[in-house]
Ligand binder design. Structure first.
Ligand SMILES: [Zn+2]
Length: 250
């Protein structure tokens, strides 16, 4: 809301005002933000033994702060201490009248690629340094079919912004092996079709799931734990939303 914007956003609004009134509506976007998994179902396990949910929550906090700074309204659809189902998360997004649904996750690989190792502090874990990079997933059969094209447009902007920020996609989800074999829609931007993902197909608004990086990869896990790297991803997301919104205007 306008009264909550910081001075930089006010300046930005003035610049937008000068460049065209249609873009002034963009910060009014309402973003439902999902930090994937929960404490009881923590998702993947990183090379150092940390649960994925901790990475998701930490990134979601940075992304939410970044988007609010830019004037967007952000609704976290899950709290750290609760375990909402996937459909409850999208139901909350609908109740919030969200324009977009963004689900944040961190990635792993198929068990065949995991190798045992001893972490620097001496406990046994598994890792794979074979794959690194982000992935974007969309469903082409969401609850309302007309949102599928918008989901793809949003994913394209996210992929472009992440590439521009120096990130690269991983293409390992397209490998024709059990558990993978996802349809790659855009290799350059790392966009896959994953129709069965409940959180995407049950969303009634454009929805994208971002796997921010591969946490079983030891070097990538270290990167993903850095606040500056999280901020780089968050900034890319806000850049993508601005471009997406501008593209949606008549
Ligand atoms: Zn996950």
């Amino acid at each position: 809301m306008l009264q909550n914007r910081r001075p930089t956003s006010v300046v930005l609004m003035l610049v937008w005002g000068l460049t065209g009134s249609v873009q002034a509506a963009c910060p009014a976007l309402r973003i439902a933000l999902d930090a994937g998994h929960s404490q009881s179902r923590p998702g993947a396990r990183s090379a150092s033994g940390l649960p994925e949910v901790e990475f998701n929550v930490a990134l979601a906090e940075v992304v939410a702060a970044q988007l609010r700074t830019q004037g967007y309204t952000v609704l976290p659809v899950n709290r750290r201490d609760e375990q909402p189902t996937l459909t409850e998360r999208t139901r909350r997004a609908a109740a919030f009248k969200a324009d977009l649904f963004l689900s944040l996750h961190h990635d792993s690989v198929q068990p065949r690629y995991l190798l045992p190792w001893l972490t620097p502090d001496g406990h046994a874990e598994h890792y794979s340094d074979r794959f690194a990079g982000y992935s974007l997933f969309i469903s082409t059969v969401p609850a309302r079919a007309e949102t599928a094209a918008a989901s793809r447009a949003l994913a394209m902007q996210l992929g472009s912004a992440l590439r521009a920020a120096g990130l690269t996609p991983t293409l390992h989800h397209a490998e024709p092996i059990p558990g993978e074999g996802r349809k790659l829609l855009d290799a350059e931007r790392g966009i896959y079709r994953f129709d069965e993902l409940v959180v995407l197909r049950s969303a009634t608004m454009p929805a994208v799931l971002l796997e921010a990086g591969v946490i079983v990869n030891r070097a990538e896990e270290a990167r993903l734990r850095q606040p500056a790297y999280r901020q780089r991803i968050a900034t890319a997301i806000s850049t993508a939303l601005r471009a997406y919104c501008a593209g949606m205007q008549p």
